[in-house]
Write a protein that binds this ligand. Structure first.
Ligand SMILES: Nc1nc2c(c(=O)[nH]1)N[C@H]1C(S)=C(S)[C@@H](COP(=O)(O)O)O[C@H]1N2
Ligand SMILES: [Mo]
Length: 367
């Protein structure tokens, strides 16, 4: 089969995970086609419609027959549990807005560009998730005193880093016991769509998306640290191919703006009419509340107005009026959270292209 023009001369060098200065590869195009972003104009909505929420699927969407499907909670526990979806729905239910962001969001803006899912900036979304808190289930099962972690395994599997495994991630017992950690079966009031983890997924608010295991089939208490590929190899802050590096956990502070005006079709450069323009966007962090958002107009930073927070784990709305004068301009935005973390103006590079929260840059022509 012939490959698209973008790959000419590039595929031979396409080693997954390796940084490149080259053009987009066929492999990145395949991933980008399967896993879509949230269009940034959807930042206008408090809650992202399910079809506009970003999507990341490492392997294939598994086919799940609800009559057969069970969640098992086993391993180092006193009482093994096996639950149907009705059993889980019969438990206490909580609905909460939670912002999910892929740890690779912003990867394709890095230079050199780590070869993986080539996100620009849209790997984020906020849904109203409904489910049952995990902690009471763990208490019911009685996690053994020598258990150190819980391993969450999905029904999907594939090969990554040369290893064939189901998608699986772990949390320490303490992390898993946080009250906001849930097993969710509904998104925006509807059953989870197949692509978002039907019938049940883990939701770890405040953490990058990789922790929120979709198509969940088992939870296993283990007495030594889980060393699966998604846990021990992928999702580490590294400077080169050799690890171990620091594990990726909570979401770094970020803000994004709704691109103002109208886009040029091909370049997506923005075109805006002169005069007052209401700039708006959202900011979020897994390390504390959003305390400040600033908008940069041609390098000069000014504070934006913040709306009240929507919840402890959902993005916060901001706005600022810009009096646009004819000519070419560069708009940016950056947020600071209550831990004091501020988005950088320049890239802070790492080998897997993870957690690139460099301040957004929007080029605008005012007419
Ligand atoms: N089972 C399973 N869970 C998964 C994944 C996956 O490929 N398989 N991708 C993870 C990653 S990297 C992210 S960013 C989020 C994406 O969730 P979403 O597609 O619902 O937005 O799911 C996570 N959970
Ligand atoms: Mo992700």
């Amino acid at each position: 089969m012939s490959k698209p023009h973008v790959t000419q001369g590039a595929t031979q060098a396409a080693i997954p995970g390796q940084p490149t200065e080259g053009p987009l590869t066929h492999e990145e195009l395949q991933l980008a086609g399967r896993n879509h972003s949230m269009p940034l104009e959807a930042l206008r909505e408090d809650v992202t419609p399910a079809g506009l929420h970003y999507l990341l699927i490492h392997f294939d969407i598994p086919h799940i027959d609800l009559n057969e499907w069970r969640l098992t909670l086993g391993g180092a526990v006193n009482r093994k549990l096996e639950l149907s979806l009705d059993d889980i729905k019969a438990r206490d239910a909580v609905t909460m807005p939670v912002t999910l962001e892929c740890a690779g969001n912003g990867r394709a803006l890095l230079q050199p560009r780590p070869l993986s899912q080539p996100w620009v900036l849209g790997a984020v979304g906020t849904a109203e998730w409904t489910g049952t808190p995990l902690a009471p289930l763990l208490e019911e099962a009685g996690v053994a005193s020598d258990a150190v972690e819980l391993v969450f395994t999905g029904a999907d599997s594939g090969i990554q880093g040369g290893v064939e495994e189901p998608y699986a991630r772990s949390l320490t017992i303490a992390e898993a016991m946080h009250p906001e950690v849930m097993l969710v079966y509904a998104m925006n009031g509807n059953p989870l769509p197949p692509q978002h983890g039907f019938p049940l997924r883990l939701l770890v608010p405040g953490w990058y998306g990789m922790a929120s295991v979709k198509w969940l089939t088992s939870i296993e208490a283990v007495t030594s640290r889980f060393m699966g590929v998604q846990q021990a190899v992928a999702y580490h802050y590294l400077q080169g191919p050799d690890g171990p590096g620091l594990p990726v956990t909570r979401i770094r502070v970020r803000s994004l703006m709704v691109p103002p005006g109208i886009p040029d079709f091909f370049t997506r450069r923005r075109v805006v009419d002169a005069g007052p323009v209401m700039l708006r966007g959202r900011a979020w962090s897994g390390h504390g509340e959003i305390e400040r958002v600033e908008v940069g107009i041609d390098g000069e930073w000014m504070p934006a107005h913040l709306e009240p927070a929507q919840g402890d784990f959902a993005w916060r709305s901001w706005s600022m009026v810009w009096v646009a004068k004819p000519g070419d301009h560069v708009l940016r935005c950056r947020a600071m959270d209550s831990s004091g973390a501020l988005q950088a103006s320049e890239q802070v590079w790492n080998y897997q292209g993870i957690g690139n929260n460099m301040a957004q840059r929007v080029e605008v022509t005012v007419r």
